[in-house]
Design a protein around this ligand. Structure first.
Ligand SMILES: Cc1cc2nc3c(=O)[nH]c(=O)nc-3n(C[C@H](O)[C@H](O)[C@H](O)COP(=O)(O)O)c2cc1C
Length: 319
């Protein structure tokens, strides 16, 4: 399902339409800056996402069955580190409810690509083959309204206490998905940022053999704060995210779409990630710290950079 490009946001900000647009995954993204999963878990922001300046939005993580997540408080600011610490635990209204909301938004003229991020229903009773069925059920329900699907395989406790990043579990999952849903929209994997090179190598080897179209690099870093386990996001992820991006780019086929996520909180950082081969970007924590004006600010800076005259080459000869 291809998105309809709108010129409204660009016109209202005095920017040339399509100046920042990108084509990946067979889709046109009005600009490369996306909302990372977790911010809009159930698709409520879809009607205003393009007005906020986003080039695309990743809804989710969505789980097959509705779940409440962990009790509050479950998200904390670490202001000295410009970071967030969360143990939100995958609350979701469930795949059917999110499907209906996205379908309604599309009927009303949704004008940007929508990725849907899928995670396993966090119920310890759903394990083994039932865990694979849980993923496949979500994909079957959500694929018809998704421009791309992202499998969140980096969430702890999603498969018998392991993540689906473990080679055996990932192989089982990707086999089940490709057998069950042969015609899904482009499928991406969302990975953690704290792994060893050999772990990424084995993940890429498996996923490259199973038709994965791209990677989101990556998720929060596992962390412990005051004896509570959770995920760290924001500025402390910068160097991890950049290293993993650089390495992934040098390893993966060029045509593979790579989305960089983690600690992007200013234009310079966004620019750096693009310069190191990120096709698209995603942002969460900086929105919490900077507010919704942050996205138009970034776009303005990207646009200014494109419009600024080229520096004369550093060469004193005159022709
Ligand atoms: C409160 C919170 C909830 C999140 N929930 C999800 C989620 O449901 N699924 C997912 O794939 N990532 C989730 N994330 C991870 C973000 O999508 C992103 O990968 C991470 O925050 C790093 O980006 P940032 O440094 O810009 O925040 C969540 C992050 C936060 C802070």
């Amino acid at each position: 399902m291809g998105p309809k490009l709108t010129s409204t946001w660009f016109q209202s900000h005095g920017l040339p339409e399509k100046s920042l647009s990108r084509k990946f995954l067979g889709l046109t993204f009005p600009n490369p800056i996306g909302l990372a999963a977790g911010f809009d878990k159930n698709g409520y922001l879809l009607p205003i996402a393009s007005a906020l300046g986003f080039g695309y939005i990743e809804v989710g993580s969505v789980t097959h069955l509705p779940t409440a997540g962990n009790p509050r408080p479950r998200m904390f600011r670490l202001p000295n580190r410009h970071a967030l610490f969360n143990r939100v635990g995958l609350p979701s209204e469930g795949a059917h409810a999110v499907h209906n909301r996205i379908q309604n938004a599309r009927t009303r003229g949704l004008d940007l690509p929508v990725g849907i991020n899928i995670a396993k229903t966090p119920d310890p009773k759903i394990s083994g083959d039932a865990a694979l069925d849980d993923y496949c059920n979500s994909i079957r329900i959500l694929a018809p309204v998704a421009d791309y699907l992202a499998l969140n395989i980096s969430c702890p406790n999603s498969h018998d206490g392991r993540t689906f990043e473990a080679p055996g579990a990932l192989t089982e999952l990707l086999k089940a998905v490709s057998a069950d849903i042969p015609h899904s929209p482009p499928l991406l994997l969302k990975l953690g940022l704290g792994h060893s090179r050999s772990t990424y190598e084995s993940i890429f080897e498996i996923s490259e053999n199973h038709g994965i179209s791209g990677y989101i690099l990556g998720n929060t870093l596992p962390s412990v704060q005051n004896n509570i386990s959770g995920g760290l996001s924001g500025q402390p992820l910068r160097s991890h995210a950049l290293r993993v991006l650089q390495w992934a780019r040098s390893t993966l086929p060029r045509k593979r779409t790579v989305i960089s996520c983690g600690g992007i909180d200013c234009f310079q950082e966004a620019r750096l990630r693009c310069g190191h081969g990120a096709d698209l970007l995603q942002i969460y924590s900086a929105l919490v710290y900077e507010g919704p004006g942050f996205i138009p600010e970034l776009l303005q800076q990207f646009s200014d950079e494109m419009r600024s005259p080229l520096e004369p080459p550093n060469d004193s000869r005159s022709d």
